[in-house]
Design a protein around this ligand. Structure first.
Ligand SMILES: Cc1cc2nc3c(=O)[nH]c(=O)nc-3n(C[C@H](O)[C@H](O)[C@H](O)COP(=O)(O)OP(=O)(O)OC[C@H]3O[C@@H](n4cnc5c(N)ncnc54)[C@H](O)[C@@H]3O)c2cc1C
Length: 452
């Protein structure tokens, strides 16, 4: 694709993961791409104000990692060369309902960087393209619309430096990647359009996170992470990961208003209430490197742009601005990556038609949204409609997770589905169902000991 086949300039609002990945594919079709963010970005490898969730453990799903390697050849190797720990997704210490999944190599690589470092690697790769310009330290005031409001023709931005005034950036395409707090619904109202309907699942989730250095890493037995995942039976969860520079991060998750304390003693005590002792045993003698911080996440929110009848030309929305998922499923960055591939396909025909684009990204949002909201609805206290499909899926997931404790092949298939590499149907083939039911029985009755 030639450099300016879709237009002269695209402007991306927001320089986090979704904005960076959009910029990467836009660079193939526009002579210039300008990415605007309120934060300073150059050389930043620590959490920044505009992405406060960056302090908390982030896992990039396997499909997201594959897409990064496709968009930036050699990406994973550069992370490895930079000293970021990696491991096979199927051999991490996963616990569901207090039971460890049987480890099984999947061939899927997990790159265990803290979120700001991962983002800085992506940003460096985007900067290297040469045609993407970053307007850091700039507030986004809003898109500029044509008279009559039928088309977005640019964006108004303002430097945060004292005495600056707003400037207008003309653009053939403006992409809103400003995250969950996106103002597009408000702007649409101001321009005389309907606002998108919202699906909301209220979960009142909390992440409380602290960074540690282990006095002796051998306590991990070589494992990259320890993840007792929250479930209705054991609603307290944790993600413990080795990260760069010999450090480890621990995020403690609480559902429905529950939240781990931030003081040292309270934080450690809370790890004892997890369904397995592994996390407590690893951190009890570890040296804290920072104070614990909490992030409250009230609800998963999906904005249904694909259902609108009218939308201004020259304007798109993606990433968390379109759909913000319960973070415990680790889907947000990978869905942003999948959406960037949709954008790349649409750009082959020039500036994308927004409503067609929204229909196509709805296609990549559907499966992860069903996985995460289906899981959330397994908690009886979470409000929402539970149709037969959700009830059956949750009953089957419980069996599948039990079966995976004794059968590594099931772990492997589960990891490929949860990693968004394979569709959920991969868990539903007649052979897999038979395998799941047989092994769930073995796991639940202890027959496994007889078999061994
Ligand atoms: C606690 C927590 C844990 C998570 N864990 C995972 C995980 O394990 N795996 C995973 O894939 N995802 C995870 N996520 C989700 C993930 O963080 C997001 O999906 C991801 O960052 C992509 O979001 P985004 O780029 O769309 O928006 P954001 O990351 O929210 O970025 C929006 C950007 O827009 C800028 N911006 C916004 N408004 C303005 C303005 N007016 N002017 C200028 N700049 C502006 C901000 O500075 C920021 O850079 C987690 C989220 C949370 C809350």
């Amino acid at each position: 694709m030639s450099a300016n086949s879709a237009g002269e300039r695209a402007v991306v609002l927001g320089a986090s993961m979704a904005g960076l990945l959009a910029a990467r594919v836009l660079a193939d079709s526009f002579a210039e791409v300008v990415v605007v963010d309120r934060d300073e970005l150059s050389g930043v490898t620590t959490a920044r104000r505009g992405v406060p969730q960056g302090r908390h453990v982030h896992g990039l799903l396997a499909r997201g990692q594959q897409i990064l390697d496709e968009l930036f050849p050699g990406f994973t190797q550069r992370c490895v060369d930079d000293g970021i720990p990696t491991g096979d997704l199927g051999t991490l210490r996963w616990f569901f309902n207090g039971r460890r999944l049987a480890p099984a190599p999947t061939g899927l690589i997990c790159v265990s960087a803290a979120r700001p470092l991962l983002e800085s690697h992506v940003r460096t790769a985007v900067e290297a393209l040469g045609t993407v310009r970053f307007l850091e330290g700039h507030d986004i005031i809003g898109p500029v619309v044509s008279a009559g409001g039928t088309r977005v023709t640019g964006a108004r931005v303002q430097s945060r430096a004292a005495g600056s005034s707003a400037v207008e950036l003309a653009a053939d395409l403006v992409v809103d990647a400003t995250g969950r707090g996106s103002r597009t619904p408000v702007w649409l109202g101001e321009w005389g359009y309907a606002r998108p309907a919202e699906d909301r699942i209220k979960i009142d989730l909390s992440y409380t996170t602290r960074t540690f250095r282990l006095p002796d890493e051998s306590i991990l037995n070589g494992d990259l992470s320890i993840n007792p995942v929250a479930s209705p039976e054991f609603p307290r969860g944790a993600f413990f990961s080795r990260i760069e520079n010999g450090l480890c991060k621990l995020s403690l998750t609480g559902m429905l208003g529950d939240s781990a304390p931030t003081d040292s003693d309270g934080f450690l005590e809370w790890t004892k209430t997890l369904p397995v002792p592994d996390v407590y045993e690893v951190v009890r003698d570890a040296e804290p490197q920072d104070d614990a911080t909490t992030f409250h996440y009230p609800a998963s929110v999906r904005r249904r742009y694909e259902r609108l009848k009218r939308f201004p030309a020259g304007f798109l929305v993606l990433g968390d601005a379109a759909c913000s998922f319960n973070p415990v499923y680790g889907q947000g960055m990978t869905v942003a990556a999948l959406e960037s591939l949709v954008l790349r396909d649409h750009l082959r025909e020039g500036v994308p038609d927004p409503l067609r684009f929204f229909k196509d990204i709805a296609g990549v949002i559907d499966a992860p949204w069903e996985i995460s909201t289906g899981g959330d609805l397994g908690f009886p206290e979470v409000d929402g409609k539970r149709g037969a499909k959700v009830k059956m899926a949750n009953a089957y997931m419980a069996k599948m997770q039990a079966a995976a404790t004794v059968d590594g092949r099931i772990t492997r298939t589960f990891m490929r589905v949860a990693g968004l590499v394979d569709p959920p149907q991969a868990l539903m083939s007649p052979r897999m169902i038979a395998r799941v039911l047989r092994n769930a029985r073995i796991a639940d009755t202890g027959e496994v000991r007889k078999a061994a």
